[in-house]
Design a protein around this ligand. Structure first.
Ligand code: ME8
Length: 518
C-alpha cells in the first residue's frame, strides 16, 4: 500500500432531470483543478463524480419524456459523462445511483441506521418541494405571487401525507455541534459554518427518510412498499464508490473519510447536517470537509429555463477554448462567493491574463530564441540579482499556492500565479534581450535561459487549471513527460542550456475585444 498522503475529493452527483449547465461545469472543474493539483504534488488522489438518478423529480421527467425511468437515466447520465470528457476532467470513477453496487450500499447504510435504533415507522404530514427533493417546515416557507407557499429556494411545495420511516435526527443536534466544535474546518467558508451551527442550535426535527407514494428509488430493506428518501440514497454515493459496506475494501481503507465534498451552497444542509448525522449513526467516520461554493448568475440575472438564459458549457468551450473556460470560471471572483457571468468581463480577463499575460510571455521568449539563438536554449552565465529575484519568485510559488489550495482559495492561488507572470513580463521588458543581441550576446543568453526556466515553472504550476495549454508550452521547452510534476519545480528540474527546442506556437490566441467589437 502507498504511504503517500491520500486525497479523496467528490463533486455532488447531479440530477439527471435536465441537461448539464455552467453551474455543474463550475463545480466539476473546481474539483478537477484541486485533484490535478494534489496529484501533481505527489498525493494519492481519488476523484469521484456522477449522477443522482432516483426520486420524484427524475421519475416525473422520465414520464414527461415518455420514457421508462432507467432508459431515461441512461440517456441523461451519459450527457454528464460526455461533458466531463469534453472538459478534460480527470475523475477516477463516475458513479450512478442506479448501479447495483450503490443500491446495495444504500440498503446497507439503512440497515446500519435501523440497527442503531435511529429509524422508526411513523407517518409524514408536511410540505415537500419536488424540485429540491426536500421537506420544509411551514415557518421556512413564504407566500409566492399566487399566494401559494414557496420554499426558500423559490421552489413550489406540495402538502404530503403518507406513511414514512423517520430518522431520529432530533437526537443528533448536540453530537453534531460537538463535531463542528472539534473540527473547526469541517464547513467552509466560515460564514457557511455559522449558518449551519445556528440552524442546528435552533433544534432539529426527525427526518422523513422513506416515501410510499411513488416507486422510483431504492427499496427499503424489509419494507417493499417504501423507497428510501432520495437524499439518503444520494449522499451514500460517496461511500459506495470506495466499497462500503466493505470497510476492509482497498479503496475504503485508502480514501475514507473523504477529504473534501465540494458542493454548491444550495445543498449545504444535506451535506453538513444530515450526512454527518447519518454516518455517525451508522458507525462511519464523517468526511473531513464540506466546502460550499457560491452561485453564478448570467449577465446579472438568475439563470432559468423560463428566462432562456442558461449558459451551455459546450457553447462556452466553442467560443473561448476549453482551457480558457476552465481558467476564467475560477478567476472571475473568489471561490465561495456568488458571482456574475458577463461575456465582456470573461473576454477581457482571458485576453489580459492568458493571451497578453502568460501566452505572450511564452511567445516572445520562444520566438526570440528560435530567431536569435538558432532554436537552442542558451547556456546561462553568471546570474544577476534580477535573474535570481525572478527565479526565487517562481520557485516560491509552489508553497504559496499550496497553502491557498489547501483552503480551496482557488482565486487567490491564481492571483499569485498572475503576479509571477507579471513579474516575468516586467523582467523581459527591463532586461530587454533584443537590445543585448549585438552588445552582449552572452548576457542575452542568460536572460533567455532565466525566462525559459521561469516559464517552465509557471507552466507546471498552472498545469492543473489549463492542462492542454501547459503541456503544449512544456513541449516547446522540450520538458520530458516524466518531469511534469511539482517535484520538478526548482533547481532540481532546471532546464539544460544547449537543448534544441521545437518550433514555437502560441497557446492562447487573443479573443476579439468586446469593446472594439461593439
Ligand atoms: O442538488 N452556480 O443536484 P443538481 C453554481 N442531486 N453552481 C451551480 C449552479 C449555479 N448557478 N447551478 C448548479 C443536486 N450548480 C443533487 C446533489 S449530492 C449527494 C446530490 C451546481 O443537479 C452546484 O454544485 O441540482 C450545486 O450544488 C449542484 O450543481 C446542484 O446540482
Amino acid at each position: 500500500m502507498s504511504d503517500r498522503r491520500s486525497f479523496y475529493i467528490t463533486t455532488p452527483i447531479y440530477y439527471v432531470n435536465d441537461k448539464p449547465h455552467i453551474g455543474h461545469a463550475y463545480t466539476t472543474i473546481a474539483c478537477d483543478v484541486l485533484a490535478r493539483f494534489w496529484r501533481m504534488d505527489g498525493r494519492d488522489v481519488y476523484f469521484l463524480t456522477g449522477t443522482d438518478e432516483h426520486g420524484q423529480k427524475v421519475e416525473k421527467s422520465a414520464e414527461a419524456a415518455g420514457m421508462d425511468p432507467l432508459a431515461f437515466c441512461d440517456l441523461q447520465s451519459a450527457k454528464f459523462r460526455e461533458l466531463a470528457a469534453a472538459m478534460n476532467i480527470s475523475n477516477d470513477d463516475f458513479i450512478r445511483t442506479t448501479e447495483p453496487r450503490h443500491i446495495a450500499a444504500s440498503q446497507a447504510i439503512w440497515q446500519a441506521l435501523e440497527k442503531a435504533g435511529d429509524i422508526y415507522l411513523g407517518s409524514y404530514a408536511g410540505w415537500y418541494a419536488v424540485r429540491d427533493e426536500a421537506f420544509y417546515a411551514e415557518d421556512e416557507l413564504t407566500k409566492g405571487p399566487d399566494s401559494r407557499f414557496v420554499a426558500p429556494s423559490g421552489a413550489p411545495v406540495d402538502w404530503v401525507e403518507e406513511p414514512s420511516y423517520f430518522f431520529r435526527l432530533s437526537a443528533w443536534g448536540d453530537r453534531l455541534l460537538a463535531f463542528y466544535d472539534a473540527h473547526p474546518d469541517f464547513i467552509l467558508p466560515p460564514g457557511k459554518r455559522n449558518e449551519v451551527v445556528s440552524f442546528v442550535k435552533g433544534g432539529l426535527k426527525d427526518l422523513s427518510v422513506s416515501r410510499t407514494t411513488f416507486k422510483w428509488g431504492v427499496p427499503v430493506p424489509g419494507a417493499p412498499d417504501h423507497i428510501m428518501y432520495v437524499w439518503l440514497d444520494a449522499l451514500t454515493n460517496y461511500v459506495t464508490a470506495v466499497g462500503y459496506p466493505d470497510k476492509q475494501a482497498e479503496l475504503y481503507q485508502r480514501f475514507w473519510p473523504a477529504d473534501l465534498h465540494m458542493v454548491g451552497k444550495d445543498i449545504l444542509r444535506f451535506h453538513t447536517v444530515y450526512w454527518p448525522a447519518f454516518l455517525m449513526a451508522a458507525g462511519v467516520e464523517p468526511p473531513k470537509r464540506v466546502f460550499a461554493h457560491g452561485w453564478w448568475t448570467a449577465e446579472g440575472q438568475k439563470m432559468s429555463k423560463t428566462l432562456g438564459n442558461v449558459i451551455d458549457p459546450y457553447e462556452l468551450i466553442a467560443s473561448y477554448g476549453l482551457d480558457q473556460v476552465r481558467y476564467v470560471l475560477l478567476r472571475e471572483f473568489p471561490f465561495g462567493n456568488d458571482g456574475d457571468f458577463s461575456r465582456k468581463s470573461v473576454i477581457t480577463r482571458i485576453n489580459g491574463e492568458l493571451a497578453n499575460g502568460f501566452g505572450n510571455l511564452g511567445q516572445r521568449t520562444l520566438s526570440f530564441i528560435a530567431k536569435n539563438a538558432e532554436g537552442r536554449l542558451p547556456e546561462p552565465g553568471r546570474l544577476t540579482e534580477a535573474d535570481q529575484a525572478l527565479l526565487q519568485h517562481v520557485y516560491g510559488l509552489l508553497p504559496a499556492m499550496r497553502s491557498e489550495m489547501a483552503s480551496q482559495a482557488l482565486y487567490q492561488a491564481l492571483q499569485l500565479w498572475v503576479e509571477a507572470v507579471n513579474a516575468a513580463n516586467r523582467y523581459i521588458d527591463s532586461e530587454a534581450p533584443w537590445s543585448l543581441r549585438k552588445t552582449d550576446p552572452e548576457r542575452m543568453g542568460t536572460v533567455l535561459w532565466v525566462l525559459a526556466e521561469a516559464i517552465r515553472c509557471l507552466a507546471l504550476i498552472i498545469h492543473p487549471v489549463v492542462p492542454q495549454a501547459a503541456d503544449r508550452l512544456l513541449d516547446q521547452l522540450a520538458v520530458d513527460s516524466t518531469a511534469r510534476s511539482f517535484a520538478a519545480i526548482g533547481t532540481s528540474g532546471a532546464l539544460k542550456g544547449g537543448t534544441l527546442l521545437p518550433a514555437p506556437a502560441g497557446i492562447f490566441p487573443r479573443l476579439q475585444d468586446p469593446v472594439a467589437a461593439a
